[in-house]
Write a protein that binds this ligand. Structure first.
Ligand code: CP
Length: 301
């Protein structure tokens, strides 16, 4: 029987500030050993683009809730027939077999098509636009280190025009009292206005990478999504996080990254004491579990 109730998360704006707080609090409880609220449900994983962390993370999170995660069968991705089937048709045909779905597809229309199926939907990353579950994980990592978000100074580094995780994080940060969001990016790679808010304390680094006085170095990286407008290696190198670059930041600063890290963070910085890359990823599972509980309306506050 299909549950046909609960929430959808298509973008960070779907989360009220109280939702974000409740989700992060719940992630804390789960991390501390609280038992998940169980749901014997089927979560459909409709990944039309590659993913390691998001796909695997939601699969494991669903199994910890006592449910099952199923993938769109592999043949969809091949062009064995007369051409490639439309994602919308795949979703219309089989989304209703599931109680909720996570989708990764570059076109926003595909997400809306899934919502029309009448079941809760999570955006698992769409093109250059948004990746709200990742941004919740990022916010959780910041709160885990500092205990709260007020007065924190964050440097966002990389291609902020194309980073979907950075866009969702910028939206979530609108509802916090962080002291500064410093954009460290090439001038051609600034985030579009729709991700920024006049109220947010956004500043633009003057000299490329400026980490002075920063508490959180958030490395959005240079996603290989903008192949048509590549940043040359020399310019890209100006934004590489190295151990000497980290020395500019505050003593208790942390380095976060939604991953993958190709070479945006040098290995000397990956293994530096400030690095929280793998803790951030590891603890993201608790955020995804909390999100699935919320998706199925299982949250008890
Ligand atoms: N962070 C993230 O979205 O990773 P994947 O592309 O592996 O899911």
């Amino acid at each position: 029987m299909s549950i046909k109730q609960g929430h959808s998360l298509l973008g960070a704006a779907d989360l009220a500030p109280a939702d974000v707080e409740a989700l992060l609090d719940r992630a804390d409880e789960l991390r501390a050993g609280a038992l998940p609220h169980r749901r014997d449900a089927v979560l459909g994983l409709f990944f039309f683009q590659p993913s390691v962390r998001t796909h695997f993370g939601f699969r494991v999170a669903m199994s910890r809730l006592g449910g099952t995660a199923v993938d769109v069968p592999e043949p969809y991705h091949r062009q064995e027939m007369s051409g490639e089937e439309r994602a919308e048709d795949v979703i219309r045909a089989v989304a209703s077999y599931c109680d909720a779905i996570v989708i990764r597809h570059e076109r926003p229309e595909v997400l809306h098509c899934a919502v029309a199926a009448g079941i809760p939907v999570i955006n698992g990353g769409n093109g250059h636009r948004e990746h709200p579950s990742q941004a919740l994980i990022d916010l959780y990592a910041i709160r885990r280190h500092y205990g709260q978000l007020d007065s924190v100074r964050i440097a966002m580094v990389g291609d902020l025009c194309c980073s979907r995780a950075a866009h969702s994080l910028l939206l979530l940060l609108r509802n916090t009292n962080v002291a500064e969001i410093r954009l460290c990016c090439p001038s051609s790679r600034r985030p579009a206005d729709e991700w920024l808010s006049r109220e947010a304390p956004v500043t633009l680094a003057k000299d490329g990478l400026d980490l002075s006085g920063i508490d959180v170095v958030y490395v959005a990286g240079f996603p290989p999504l903008c192949q048509d407008d590549r940043i040359d290696d020399e310019e890209r190198g100006q934004y590489r996080i190295t151990a000497p670059a980290l020395a500019q930041a505050r003593e208790d600063a942390i380095v976060l990254c939604p991953l993958p890290n190709i070479d945006e963070i040098a290995q000397s910085a990956v293994s530096a004491p400030q690095s929280r890359l793998f803790q951030q990823s590891r603890e993201g599972i608790f955020v995804r579990q909390a999100l699935l509980e919320w998706l199925f309306d299982l949250q008890v506050t």
